[in-house]
Design a protein around this ligand. Structure first.
Ligand SMILES: [Mn+2]
Length: 195
């Protein structure tokens, strides 16, 4: 089983711990690793409350099939302002990464063939398409980054030559610090596979 280095970082628009509408979790169990990043609509206390609800749902259902988790989360968040989320399951022995998501959480792989993993449009708790699951494969050394729309997505790696270097903690810090937008909550999960 290959090792991973990961880190979850969030920064609220309003600088108090209980007012960030973004949240993320990583759970390792057996030879699998579940990763989830949530951005509740808007920001402040109301968004925080929805993000906390979503996080509690993921923490109790992360072993389920990904599409089942999104369907269940959608039901669970009905009546709230809603959220967007991306969830992944990484198989630590093979590098297989299954992923699914609704709304604009970005999932990117930095590897020999950097690419963006596409998820579907919608708002969890309000309206979602029938969730689907896709698959990618990580090779040792590859880095997977999940980020909310509070983190600038379009940038040239040549302008940030160090941003993928060092520990997962350092990488998340770089994404939030150097690419974080000033007018939204920002969050990022970095995972380096096979260290
Ligand atoms: Mn946002």
């Amino acid at each position: 089983m290959r090792k991973i280095d990961y880190h979850v970082m969030k920064r609220g628009l309003i600088a108090t711990d209980n007012e960030c509408g973004d949240t993320g979790i990583v759970k390792i169990y057996g030879n699998q690793c579940f990763i989830g990043l949530i951005d509740a609509l808007g920001h402040g206390k109301e968004a925080f409350d929805v993000a906390a609800l979503a996080e509690s749902y993921l923490l109790t259902h992360y072993e389920q099939d990904l599409t089942m988790i999104l369907t269940g989360l959608h039901e669970y968040l009905k009546g709230t302002r809603g959220a967007v989320a991306a969830i992944c399951r990484l198989y630590l022995d093979t590098g297989i990464l299954k992923y699914s998501g609704v709304g604009n959480i970005s999932i990117r792989l930095f590897s020999s063939r950097p690419r963006r993993l596409i998820t579907r449009d919608g708002i969890i708790g309000y309206m979602i398409p029938c969730p689907t699951q896709s698959c990618a494969i990580l090779c040792p050394g590859d880095i997977c980054i999940l980020s909310s729309d509070g983190v600038r997505e379009h940038f040239d790696l040549a302008d940030y030559p160090d941003i993928l270097m060092g520990s997962a903690r350092r990488i998340t810090n770089g994404f939030i610090d150097q690419l974080g937008k000033k007018h939204d909550d920002a969050s990022c999960i970095a995972l380096r596979y096979g260290i």
